[in-house]
Design a protein around this ligand. Structure first.
Ligand SMILES: Cc1cc2nc3c(=O)[nH]c(=O)nc-3n(C[C@H](O)[C@H](O)[C@H](O)COP(=O)(O)OP(=O)(O)OC[C@H]3O[C@@H](n4cnc5c(N)ncnc54)[C@H](O)[C@@H]3O)c2cc1C
Length: 492
């Protein structure tokens, strides 16, 4: 059934953090909620910021999407503070955390003190193995420009990183085994891909060096929940379960006509302008967008990076006895990185505890093969093949460090971020793309249609909440005339 057309001055599509932030900023700037329509395909807000709560114990929670706030990210931290969220330092790695590579488990401390023996079976010098990621990256970057860098945070990436794909530039200056060790220690295989050298390296340095991580004390979803609450406090309703399916020119030629499908219903909204806060995979499926050449070039500029995350629930936090009380374990197994789920919120009375896994690239496909249709993001039960396999791999990492048999898991949930509507957990600029002009193009993608695209995928801070906020900010300031965030706002 088709409903009569409605009019909105501004339509926002996608209630991930980019869309939520756009709506909140417009309302705070004085735009009346009656003028805005806000639509989201899923039955929840938050997009790639997602917490999982184990139904057997509401106190047992895990992060399935974004985990950390990066101290270098101005907008994200200012937003968390403005929303009144308490944050606390996040411990990413500790000296006693295990690194498990090529069948061998060593703690970070053991690796850094490996004076006489190679820590792992790679054809890489003992020195480079001991000094780890930083030295390997420095080796590649230094060799490329035959000069030192001033400070770690200011690694400058001169040619050839602006001319060669990341993988080729790296393989010029690192041996195959060094490159493999670097990727394995980072826990990311995109170093082997044809990505934009400069953009990817600058982005890596930003995430790796000189930054501290924190998280909202009540979990990452507190960010999007607080934005949603602030939007609703303005009297605005977010229409959940509305998937944008088609965009065409509006009747008078200056507007956009947006078609949404919701269960059993089709709804058309005529909009003065629209902000599509969506990743490329979602945009490609919108009729009227995916078939255009300019849009195809825009979509082709970014690679979608696959990641699967999981949470596995145990009756007790047995890993503490095995010396794992905080930080993260890195492995080259399909479980990828293993972290401890923080329990947050007022109801944390129980003994149940969870481990989180985070696995990327081809390895993430392993978990996909274990899920049946409809199981993505659902609690699977203790007897599911994925639950048992996560447990088996975790035990392998702790081999030799356990004084007793740990209990079996009671449940697990796997989230494959490659599935609809995301297409990947985050995005990376491809070799041959020109990120700055693609970002500009996204702000005005279809000549003659009053549309803007924003979100993490279209930013220079891909993979981060900051990227989503930066592009939203560009649209708000550039297209809607708002004052930059944090400066005094003129009433709209
Ligand atoms: C596993 C993982 C770990 C991460 N770790 C971190 C981290 O530690 N720190 C950090 O800062 N960032 C991290 N990120 C990245 C961060 O989560 C994202 O950058 C950010 O959440 C993206 O927000 P967005 O609004 O751009 O897109 P999204 O969150 O993808 O929002 C898009 C929204 O659009 C909706 N939608 C899709 N199609 C349609 C349609 N046709 N019609 C209507 N609605 C539609 C979706 O349901 C979704 O709600 C991580 C991401 C993942 C997946």
């Amino acid at each position: 059934m088709s409903s009569p057309e409605e009019w909105r001055d501004i339509v926002i599509v996608g209630a991930g953090i980019a869309g939520l932030y756009c709506c909140w900023r417009l309302l705070e700037a004085g735009v009346s909620p009656d003028r805005i329509g806000f639509f989201e395909a899923a039955d929840r807000t938050g997009g790639r910021i997602l917490g999982a709560t184990w139904p057997g114990d509401p106190g047992c929670k895990a992060e399935m999407g974004a985990h950390f706030l990066n101290s270098g990210h101005v907008l994200s931290n200012a937003l968390a503070a403005d929303l009144g969220l308490a944050t606390e330092p996040a411990i990413v790695f500790r000296d006693h955390n295990i690194v498990h590579l090529r069948g061998c488990s060593r703690t970070r401390r053991q690796i850094s003190r490996a004076w006489f023996r190679k820590p792992f079976d790679y054809r890489v010098s003992r020195y480079l193995q001991r000094r780890g990621i930083r030295k390997l990256l420095e080796k590649a970057v230094r060799a490329s420009r035959r000069a030192g860098h001033e400070r770690d945070r200011e690694l400058r990436f001169d040619p050839p990183y602006d001319q060669l794909p990341l993988n080729e530039a790296f393989s010029r200056f690192l041996t195959d085994e060094e490159l493999r060790l670097l990727a394995d220690r980072l826990g990311y295989s995109f170093l082997h891909e044809q990505l934009h050298g400069n953009a990817t390296l600058a982005w890596m340095a930003d995430g790796l060096f000189g930054v501290r991580m924190s998280w909202p004390s009540s979990g990452m979803s507190a960010l999007t929940d607080a934005l949603r609450a602030a939007i609703e406090a303005h009297g605005m309703t977010i229409r959940l379960g509305h998937r944008l399916s088609r965009v065409t020119a509006g009747k008078d030629g200056n507007n956009a006509s947006l078609e949404f499908t919701s269960p059993g219903r089709m709804r058309t909204i005529e909009a003065g302008s629209a902000v599509l806060a969506l990743p490329p995979h979602a945009l490609k499926q919108v009729e009227g967008l995916g078939d255009d050449d300019t849009m195809a070039a825009l979509f082709g500029a970014v690679a979608q990076w696959p990641i699967a995350t999981a949470a596995v629930v145990y009756p007790e936090p047995w890993w503490i006895e095995a010396g794992f009380a905080e930080g993260r374990i890195s492995t080259d197994l399909a479980v990828g990185q293993i972290g401890i789920a923080r329990r947050h919120g007022p109801e944390t009375g129980s003994q149940h505890a969870a481990l989180e896994i985070y696995t990327e690239g081809e390895r993430s496909g392993f978990w996909r093969t274990l899920l049946r249709a409809g199981e993505n993001g659902q609690w699977l039960g203790k007897d599911h093949a994925a639950t048992r396999e996560i447990h088996r791999q975790i035990l392998k990492v702790f081999d030799g460090r356990l004084t007793r048999n740990p209990p079996l898991p009671v449940d697990a949930v796997v989230q494959d971020w490659q599935a609809d509507p995301f297409g990947g957990a985050f995005h990376l600029w491809r070799h041959g793309s020109t990120p700055e002009s693609a970002i500009e193009r996204a702000r005005d993608p279809v000549p003659g249609l009053p549309l803007s695209i924003c979100g993490e995928a279209w930013s220079l801070q891909q993979g981060w909440i900051e990227g989503a906020l930066q592009t939203a900010e560009q649209v708000l300031v550039g297209k809607y005339g708002l004052a930059p965030y944090g400066t005094a706002e003129a009433p709209a």
